[in-house]
Design a binder for this molecule. Structure first.
Ligand SMILES: [Ca+2]
Length: 221
């Protein structure tokens, strides 16, 4: 073959490409279309403290997700026989570490919570910066949520413990049952629930455990 002379194959290349394109176009008609990404409900809670969030305290976000709801919502009992009363799921912040616990049976309230990070199917985002604690999670992965649930934000110096000694909560909702709708677009906050976190911490040493405001929102991502 002489150098530089195009072969028949090379000369036919455009035609071959065109045929392949037609075949390709024909085939794509039958190719499976990508599954559209299902949007998921995110629950976002933001709580603000009087002084910057401190490693000295435990911050509990306790939920009653049971259906039907308990009469009085998640109570601020951290010890004694009623500890963790009506808590079916909670997130705890201590020393910059977020943990979570789904309370499946009454006895499991005393189990150590598991780390709430990217390994948790419920985790979306969580941070504690300055005076702001922000938690975002996949609502539908807590449970199949009922039309509404209830929440309490409880702070303390000691963790929830199966002891008869009194472990007093520092801050908590005066009215323990704050009802939250779980439908997309739901929103509520402390001003709409005037009895929530209205307990004012007077001890200067405990201002970091004083929740002064909070918001709750449901949206899709
Ligand atoms: Ca407060």
């Amino acid at each position: 073959m002489k150098k530089g002379k195009p072969t028949i194959g090379m000369r036919m290349l455009p035609a071959v490409v065109a045929v392949l394109c037609i075949i390709g176009a024909g085939c794509s008609k039958y190719a499976p279309s990508p599954i559209p990404q299902q949007k998921q409900r995110i629950m976002e809670i933001e709580a603000r403290t009087s002084a910057p969030v401190s490693d000295s305290f435990y911050y509990y976000f306790a939920f009653d997700t049971s259906d039907p709801q308990s009469q009085d919502g998640p109570r601020a009992y951290l010890s004694g026989p009623e500890r963790g009363k009506n808590w079916s799921y909670y997130i705890r912040l201590k020393s910059g570490v977020f943990t979570e616990k789904a309370v499946s049976a009454a006895s499991s309230i005393d189990d150590e919570p598991e780390t709430f990070n990217t390994l948790s199917p419920r985790f979306y985002q969580a941070s504690a910066i300055g005076n702001v604690i922000n938690i975002k999670l996949y609502l539908d992965r807590i449970i199949t949520p009922p039309a509404s649930m209830s929440m309490n934000i409880i702070t303390s110096e000691l963790p929830l413990t199966p002891t008869t000694a009194d472990i007093p909560a520092i801050d908590y909702f005066i009215q323990p049952k704050v009802t939250l709708a779980t439908t997309t677009g739901s929103y509520t906050d402390n001003s709409l629930n005037p009895l929530s976190t209205s307990h004012t911490v007077t001890d200067e040493q405990q201002k970091s455990a004083d929740i002064v405001s909070w918001t709750y929102e449901i949206y899709e991502r």
